[in-house]
Design a binder for this molecule. Sequence first.
Ligand code: SF4
Ligand code: SF4
Length: 230
Amino acid sequence: MVACKVENNTPEGVFWMDLVRYEEGAYPVTKNWFMARPCNHCDNPPCVAVCPSKPKKTRYRRANGLVATDADSCIGCRYCEKACPYGVNYFHTEDPKKNMYLDWDDKDLAKSTNGASPAYKNPVFDTKIGKEKRKIAGSNHRPKVVDKCTFCVHRVEKGEQPACAEGCPTSAITFGNLDELTSDISKILQSKKSYRFLEKAGTKPKVYYVGGRQPGPNSIEVEKIQKKKA
Ligand code: SF4
Ligand code: SF4
């Protein structure tokens, strides 16, 4: 969560990567589980299906499977936010820069970096990404635009790992190409039992959880996501 916030400079209260805790059992015999929750970059994403933007969908699935939002064409209708069963989208009603923990326009900050960009200013801000040449809603955090985890598209395009995978001290997150049978991620999934969150929703999520169990309907994190959606 921290690596994601530092990399993407997300505003206060916004967690593109969330860590949800859920409990099983009844007191005093209970067990806690932890589940990292980025965007699932679904293969059948309802957020893309409902996006009404024309002529091209603003929420779209890139050729490599990442699900992205075009920051320039989003009309802020929030259909994607409602359609996603995972509660991963964030809509900014006002300029989120105002409450960021790093104020990019702060003169003292600029002085401390000798006029250079503040250390964590994300270069994806005004960059058109990939062959499609679209500005992906990311750390620009514009008002009236929906953003969410981008799988650190600006890093992945350069052959780097997403910040959460690189920053995890126990290497609990493996990121890679599911279409390549010899990639680390494919080997793990071939050899270990895994599940995908809310798989029954038919979204074909591309985040797999190895070990643990699919959370039940009464677990804390399901309640939390349902509250957020309500
Ligand atoms: Fe869309 Fe939600 Fe799936 Fe992400 S997790 S691709 S926002 S439906
Ligand atoms: Fe598409 Fe933007 Fe509306 Fe989401 S808020 S459905 S990305 S136009």
